[in-house]
Structures are given as structure tokens and as C-alpha cells.
Design a protein around this ligand. Structure first.
Ligand SMILES: C[S@@+](CC[C@H](N)C(=O)[O-])C[C@H]1O[C@@H](n2cnc3c(N)ncnc32)[C@H](O)[C@@H]1O
Length: 254
């Protein structure tokens, strides 16, 4: 390894500050178990039907990507623009058997910049749409349509459909890691047309709190009708008869 003074870092190009730079450390330890089960329940059945490829839009630390690799035999495209989340994803991929790893391609841009054309017949947006401002959300649908083959299916984890009336707190169950306990909570409140989502994290040792952080995200509500209308503009039609109301399934009819 070179000595530190010999190292220069050339940023590839100006990148915005990472939105998840605090949360990345806590994301999987505090949320993974619950979300792993949810991701399986929401998407595994459709992923098993994929014959050409699976597209994971906003792959984060890789829960949908990993499930898609396990449940299908097709190429998987993980689109993740945020460096710290992508780093965790890459660590996960590095631990996979080489045969499985060769099936996944990581795209380090937002979907609109990734230039993907007809790479998948199943696309998934899990826990991503709610984090996009309306303009960015609307810009995403034509890019998903480009990336899908005709007849392809898109599964959208729906954003909150309205602003919260009162402040709501959701406790993230504490997890023991060696001699430390990690915990946190998520506090959601309305701010004009957005939802302020403040994550508060803590790490405790035997003598009390060792570290504390907060990180605030913004979310934008959208009703089911709005999302369906936006998607229709890019050639998507809803598929009825899906069990979970948290996920909208649409097919690309063009
Ligand atoms: C709340 S995280 C969810 C990550 C993952 N889907 C999960 O549920 O664990 C939302 C992710 O969407 C990514 N993202 C934001 N804008 C995006 C875009 N235009 N295209 C693709 N991903 C995007 C963010 O970098 C972030 O990792």
C-alpha cells in the first residue's frame, strides 16, 4: 500500500454530496431484516418469471438486486447513483460466488442518465419513488419504458399518498453488535407539499451513548391515480389482481 502523503484522489467528476452519508452506516443493521422479507413478498414471484433481465431502479445497498440474483437466472441491472449506498452494494456483490456476480451490472448514475435500452422484462422501483421530487419522478417513467422490453412488467412500491396530518414516529428496533447496541427512529412530518423524514440514530455502549446522528430526507406524496396517470403517458397499463396495495404493477403496452 502507498503511504498516505503519496496518495492523490482524483474525483471522477463533480458529484453532489451523498444524500445517504450518515444513513448508509445504519441502513442495513436497522432495517434489513424486515425489508428482506418484504422485498421477497412483493417481488419474488415476478422476478422468477423474468426471461431477459431484471432492472432494479435505486438499488441502494442491494436488497432487491440480491433477491433478483437468487430468484432468477437472467442478467440483473442495478442502478444506484449514490456513492455510499453503491459501496455497500459492491461489498455485497464482492461476497457472491463469481458465477452469480457475472450476472449483475451496476450502473452508477440515475436511471435517466444510464442510457439503458431494452435490457429487462421485469423492473422494480422499491422504496425509491417517494424520495423523488415530482419532476424527477415523472422523468423516471420514460427512462423505465426505454429500459424495458415491450410487454415488460414494472413493479412500483408506492409513495405515501398524502401528507401526514401529525408528526409520526417510527422506532427502528435496536440491534446488538458485539458490545454495542445500535438504534434509531424515523420522524415524519408535513412541510408545505413535502414530507420531512428525519432519521435519528444512536450507538450505545456499557456506559451510555457513544455516538448520535441525524439525517433528514424529503419525500413527496403521490396518489395511486396520479402515479397511474403518469405511467400511462409512457405506455404503461395497470395489471389488476395484485395482492399487496403497497405495490402497483403495470405492463408496458407498446
Ligand atoms: C430510500 S433508497 C432505497 C434503496 C433500496 N431500493 C432499498 O429499498 O433499500 C432510494 C435510492 O434511490 C436512489 N435514487 C435516487 N434517484 C435515483 C434515480 N434517478 N435513478 C435511480 N436511483 C435513484 C438513491 O440513491 C437511493 O439509494
Amino acid at each position: 500500500m502507498p503511504l498516505l502523503p503519496d496518495v492523490t484522489v482524483d474525483p471522477p467528476s463533480p458529484e453532489p454530496r451523498d444524500a445517504y452519508e450518515v444513513s448508509a452506516e445504519f441502513y442495513d443493521i436497522l432495517q434489513a431484516d424486515r425489508d428482506r422479507a418484504r422485498v421477497h413478498r412483493f417481488y419474488a414471484r415476478d422476478v422468477r418469471t423474468a426471461r431477459r433481465g431484471v432492472l432494479d431502479v435505486g438499488a441502494g445497498t442491494g436488497r432487491v438486486t440480491l433477491m433478483s440474483l437468487a430468484e432468477s437466472r437472467v442478467p440483473v441491472h442495478a442502478v444506484e447513483p449514490t456513492r455510499c449506498m453503491r459501496s455497500l452494494l459492491m461489498t455485497r456483490l464482492a461476497a457472491l460466488p463469481a458465477g452469480m456476480r457475472t450476472r449483475v451490472t451496476v450502473h452508477p448514475q440515475g436511471l435517466c442518465e444510464a442510457g439503458l435500452r431494452e435490457v429487462a422484462d421485469v423492473a422494480i422501483c422499491h422504496n425509491t419513488i417517494g424520495c423523488l421530487p415530482p419532476d424527477a419522478r415523472r422523468a423516471l417513467w420514460p427512462a423505465v419504458a426505454e429500459a424495458l422490453l415491450p410487454g415488460g412488467v414494472l413493479l412500483v412500491h408506492l409513495p405515501p399518498d398524502r401528507l401526514p396530518r401529525d408528526e409520526a414516529t417510527h422506532v427502528l428496533p435496536a440491534q446488538k453488535v458485539g458490545q454495542h447496541v445500535y438504534g434509531g427512529r424515523m420522524v415524519m412530518s408535513a412541510d408545505a407539499d413535502r414530507i420531512r423524514t428525519r432519521f435519528e440514530y444512536w450507538v450505545r455502549g456499557a456506559r451510555g451513548v457513544l455516538r448520535e446522528y441525524t439525517e433528514t430526507f424529503w419525500m413527496w406524496p403521490a396518489s395511486l391515480a396520479e402515479v397511474i396517470a403518469e405511467l400511462a403517458g409512457s405506455g404503461f397499463v395497470p395489471l389488476p389482481g395484485r395482492a399487496d396495495p403497497a405495490v402497483l404493477t403495470v405492463r408496458l403496452e407498446r
